[in-house]
Design a protein around this ligand. Sequence first.
Ligand code: AP5
Ligand code: ZN
Length: 214
Amino acid sequence: RRIVLIGPPGAGKGTQAKSISAKLGVPHIATGDIFRNNIARSTPLGIESKSYLDRGELVPDHVTTGMVRQRLAEDDAAAGFLLDGFPRTLSQAEFLAESLGESGTPLDVVLEMSVERGQVLLRLAGRRTCTSCGSSWHVRFNPPIVHGICDHCSSPLERRADDAEDAINRRQDLYAHETAPLLGFYRRQGVLTTIEASGAVEAVTERVLSILTA
Ligand code: AP5
Ligand code: ZN
């Protein structure tokens, strides 16, 4: 299955994608996670992308698409994938359509996670991210068993640089202007489904699974 998750920053894409990709047996490919992983290891890609992430700006399309092209060429993506955070611009969506078209394997479903703005801001303000495996936790809504420590890998949690107020606002604006137009693009292709993504994590997982396993 070839699935794209779309939603504003803080919609819960990463939270849902981690458990759902395991259930469906497809890799979770999150462009934000790949950038952060490269930044942590100070690779050339990490050095190039860091200032964009810190400010909440989009990394230039040619950098992002080059990275995604490589990732989709890996063996584990041949049978399907769950893309999270990509595509985010029309030109990225066109790139994806072209590369999937060449291999005759179009997208099965684009799932929009819709959450009202106030809820998203609360989620981002309390988010804590694992410095090692990248899992998202929340001080109130999704706390780890031990405060400040990841349940999955026991590494320390931190607040993301782009969860500062200015960067959050910039990310929300970019979502509205650059990414929201993709909803029409995918609706016209008949692959878009929207779910209400407010409510408890488990309730949202059920809604997502009911679409993806239908
Ligand atoms: P990226 O990492 O993709 O960030 P984002 O889209 O802003 O999404 P987030 O990770 O903030 O939110 P999420 O929806 O995954 O929410 P989460 O599950 O963590 O991208 C970061 C940056 O990388 C970009 O700004 C850009 O610079 C660059 N980049 C990435 N892709 C790019 C691209 N394609 N092109 C160009 N640049 C790109 O949940 C949020 C919080 O809420 C957590 O604390 C969680 O525990 C909590 N939570 C989740 N679900 C619930 C629930 N149901 N109830 C209560 N709390 C919940
Ligand atoms: Zn972890």
